[in-house]
Design a protein around this ligand. Structure first.
Ligand code: FAD
Length: 539
């Protein structure tokens, strides 16, 4: 058996941070094990390549969630990254920290040390924001965050002025002092290439002699001596291996696979484990529960002016943009399609934003099986206005259906099972229509073609939400942090309740979803966890 001080399972957004920070001290021997392979691929590195990697099965777990009754029994497709960088290697790169209140709520849920003030130093330490180093932003961290305002489609200005017409202020930095308002999204790229957690944290230090990175290795279970984690078993090239962790095993397999691996290893709801014939190490009822996700809905508008559809639909347009990208690393292929957006309240009496807005100068309404619609924009000039909830009141769960680690777990998102989630989206889509009717937009919009004017009563709009709302790929909270071993999986030091030598560090530990995209907060969790771990070993 190979011996290490730390074993990190999963080289995703959080796992790459841990591999870097824990191996900085050359006396710590660190093993990072990743189920997928390399991230050195053209479509991973080219920002808009996420349209392609969305369905690439050698680098994507390609999960299918169970039907949700609240979403008219539709199932949803859940891409998750299976390669170095994890989901940060296939995501849409929108960089949003979340609302300061989100983290204050995490602290109030019984997690000392997790208020926004406690976490701000980590948000600063992780990033290289090109504009400045001030009270809120960092300029020398590993993760480059780009301001791409000068490259955005001109219609983004119509979006901002439309919002201003409705009294929503422009916010030049939604990751600065205040999150609320509308503006242009910052993205995790550097010089036109994706800045994944792997590129930021792992690639630069991969040659450290005290760091071992094993790829294409599926961790099949965590090994225990009594209630202490002592190592892992993993499968690589059809053989089983074991590795030993002298200090800690750290589970960073993401919101789907971390609870799955805990359950496979005997930590989870006792009845579920027994049903699956897994030997119970520790009855932890909350493992896999509390699943939350952001749901989005888009409204589509035909445009009087040319949009990315005109640039990316014809083959010669794609060829031209491809040449431009290869030669200059600029143009639409160097960006996310989510160019502008914001955070707003749709009614009085709320303490913070309840809705996130998206504006994309592109439309894709034709679903092609096995191919992301984004790759085949509509054949006419058009754009989309989108909305997603900031929080979710609906709760789902992840549970194993077999003790076989190669069998996908059952994902039950239970979308739209809470009336408040429907209400937020209904008010959100009404806001989209108000935006479309402003002077700034009506001068460039021909008409709304999906869902279209026939969808006009509240009942029709709700039905459309139930028929079309889609994950925006932010599952979280399935190993949620908190003080109660019956309701929470890890404590505020991210240690698994009732177990020694085992932490969970990834998006699964969020107590509740944050307002906005979650990659930045997951990287922050990795940064904070590395300090907690290093502080513990120096005692
Ligand atoms: C299509 C898409 C678009 C997105 N867009 C955005 C966006 O624009 N902005 C944003 O902020 N967020 C976005 N997200 C979400 C964000 O990227 C993820 O929430 C975040 O990367 C999760 O980080 P993580 O560390 O929790 O898990 P991951 O990054 O998913 O990492 C988990 C890693 O563990 C590995 N693993 C799992 N099980 C095992 C095992 N048994 N053995 C070994 N290895 C294992 C996986 O292969 C993976 O590499 C998007 C996600 C997707 C999928």
């Amino acid at each position: 058996m190979n011996n290490y001080d730390f074993i990190v399972i999963g080289a995703g957004s959080a796992g790459c941070v841990l591999a870097n920070r824990l191996s900085k001290d050359s006396s710590n021997k660190v093993l990072l094990i990743e189920a997928g392979g390399t991230d050195r691929r053209f479509y991973v590195q080219m920002p808009i390549g996420y349209g392609k990697t969305y369905y690439q099965k050698d680098i994507n777990w390609m999960y299918m969630a169970e039907p949700s009754p609240g979403a008219n029994n539709r199932s949803s497709y859940w891409p998750r990254g299976k390669l170095l960088g994890g989901s940060s290697s296939i995501n849409a790169m929108v960089h949003v920290r979340g609302n300061p209140q989100d983290f204050d709520d995490w602290q109030k849920a019984g997690n000392p040390g997790w208020s926004y003030n406690d976490l701000l130093p980590y948000f600063k330490r992780m990033e290289s924001w090109q504009d400045s180093d001030d009270q809120y932003r960092g300029s020398s961290g590993p993760l480059n965050v780009s301001d791409v305002t000068d490259q955005l489609h001109p219609l983004c200005n119509n979006f901002v002025s439309a919002a201003e017409e409705l009294g929503i202020s422009f916010n030049a930095d939604m990751n600065g002092k205040i999150q609320e308002g509308v503006g242009h999204y910052q993205i995790t790229t550097h010089k036109g290439r994706r800045m994944s957690a792997s590129r930021a944290y792992l690639r630069p230090i991969m040659k450290r002699s005290n760091l071992t990175v094993i790829t294409k290795a599926l961790v099949t279970r965590i090994l225990f001596e009594g209630k202490r984690a002592i190592g892992v078993e993993y499968a690589k090239a059809r053989k089983l291996y074991q590795a030993n962790a002298k200090l800690e095993v750290i589970l960073s397999a993401g919101a789907v696979n971390s609870p799955q691996l805990l359950q496979l290893s005997g930590i989870g709801p006792e009845s579920l484990l027994k049903e699956a014939n897994v030997t119970v190490i520790h009855d932890s009822p909350a493992v896999g529960k509390n699943l939350q996700d952001h749901l989005g809905v888009s409204y589509f508008y035909k445009s009087k002016v040319r949009t990315l559809n005109n640039q990316l639909r014809p083959w010669w347009g794609r060829l031209w943009q491809g040449i431009r990208y290869v030669l200059t690393r600029t143009g639409p292929l160097s960006l996310s399609v989510n160019q502008s957006g914001g955070f707003v309240r749709t009614r009085d009496g709320l303490t913070g934003p309840n809705i996130q807005l998206y504006f994309s100068p592109v439309s894709y309404t034709l679903e092609l099986p096995g191919k992301r619609a984004m790759l085949s924009p509509d054949s006419f000039s058009a754009m989309l206005l989108g909305v997603s909830s900031c929080k979710s009141n609906s709760r789902g769960q992840i549970r194993i259906k077999s003790s076989d680690p190669t069998v996908a777990p059952i994902i039950e998102p239970n979308y739209l099972s809470h009336d408040d989630d429907v209400k937020d989206l209904l008010e959100g889509v009404k806001l989209l229509r108000q935006l479309a009717q402003t002077e700034s937009f009506s001068k460039v919009i021909i008409n709304e073609f999906r869902p279209g004017p026939e969808c006009k009563s509240d009942a029709q709009m709700i039905e459309d939400i139930r028929d079309n709302a889609w994950t925006v790929f932010h599952p979280a909270c399935t190993c949620c942090m908190g003080p109660d071993p019956l309701k929470n999986v890890v404590d505020s030091n991210l240690k698994v309740h009732g177990i020694e030598g085992l932490r969970v560090v990834d998006a699964s530990i969020f107590p509740q979803l944050i307002c906005g995209n979650i990659n930045a907060a997951t990287i922050m969790v990795g940064e904070k966890a590395s300090d907690l771990i290093l502080a513990d070993i120096s005692k």
